[in-house]
Ligand binder design. Structure first.
Ligand code: ATR
Length: 275
């Protein structure tokens, strides 16, 4: 019996943990899956996708810098992907159409609520950043029905544009946009969706946003404590999480779309932490 073929596409791709995560899922779930990494040329993502599916590939994950192109290429998108403006999961449906979903937001919310037991309903959430990563998670965050989501960004106009985009479907959740320096009250949950940590930078946010019970989540994952999480720990925060759980949970959502089986994630997170 040959294994069904899946892959993650990006550029660069050698750092990706997706092959490891999906191989562990397949092993634990007893699914006949082979999952590889493909580096697409920067100028031929579409050709790479076509070639993969023409040769019998069953599903693709998409990462930087191709998520927006994956969204454009798809013939149909889930409502989550539609709003996110980017896609991380592709497959071909029974009618031969290229389908797209974005599982990043579901991954974040599942990690917060299920793995870390963080209640989001009626809570005040501060989000730092207004790029593609934040746009990708706002829909599922709103669906968790917090009282308010305060978006802050270095370029405030981008935060305002996201508020405009998501306001119509926000229900009881109040959305607002500010510069980093404009917020100073304590929040229940703070999510860092900027890429500042990649350069070891810290968004210029007031220490007063951290209260006694504030939960801090850096969407970035790093084997050592991220710059942002270290800042929060230094200010006395005790519930501080990085994006490893989000990474594993978004992968589990993709696996579930493709295979119809939701894999166990806790054991996989433990293995990755100790890799
Ligand atoms: P991603 O897909 O990771 O979201 P992106 O769309 O380029 O990438 O967005 C990066 C985000 O990190 C943006 O919110 C960016 O702020 P600007 O919109 O003002 O550019 C933010 N960011 C990047 N470097 C930063 C830094 N050193 N300090 C604060 N914010 C930073």
């Amino acid at each position: 019996m040959t294994n069904d073929l899946y892959a993650v596409v990006g550029n660069p791709i050698s750092h990706s943990k997706s092959p490891r995560i999906h191989s562990l899922f397949a092993q634990h779930a007893g699914e006949a899956v082979e999952y590889t990494a493909i580096q697409a040329p920067l100028d031929d993502f579409a050709g790479t996708v076509r070639n993969f599916f023409d040769h019998g590939g069953m599903g693709l994950n998409v990462t930087v810098p191709f998520k927006e192109q994956a969204w454009s290429l798809a013939q149909r998108r889930t409502p989550e992907a539609e709003k996110a403006g980017a896609a991380n999961t592709l497959w071909i449906d029974s009618e031969g159409r290229l389908m797209a979903d974005n599982t990043d937001g579901k991954g974040l919310v599942t990690d917060l609520i299920r793995n870390h037991r963080v209640d989001l309903r009626d809570k005040r959430i501060l989000v730092l950043g207004a790029g593609g990563a934040v746009r990708g998670v706002l829909g599922p965050l709103i669906a968790a029905q917090p009282a308010a989501i305060t978006l802050t960004n270095r370029t405030v106009s981008k935060a305002r544009a996201l508020v405009d985009l998501f306001r119509a479907g926000a229900g009881q959740t109040t959305l607002s946009a500010h510069g980093f320096e404009e917020v100073d009250s304590a929040f229940d949950v703070i999510i860092n969706g900027t890429s500042a940590s990649l350069q070891g930078d810290l968004p210029p946010i007031s220490a007063t946003v951290i209260g006694a019970d504030t939960v801090v989540y850096d969407m970035m994952y790093s084997p050592t404590t991220t710059t942002f999480n270290q800042w929060a720990l230094d200010l006395g925060a005790t519930r501080v999480f990085d994006g490893l759980g989000m990474l594993v949970e978004q992968a589990a959502e993709s696996f579930c779309i493709w295979r119809g089986v939701r894999p166990e994630t806790a054991a996989v997170m433990d293995i990755l932490r100790n890799d």
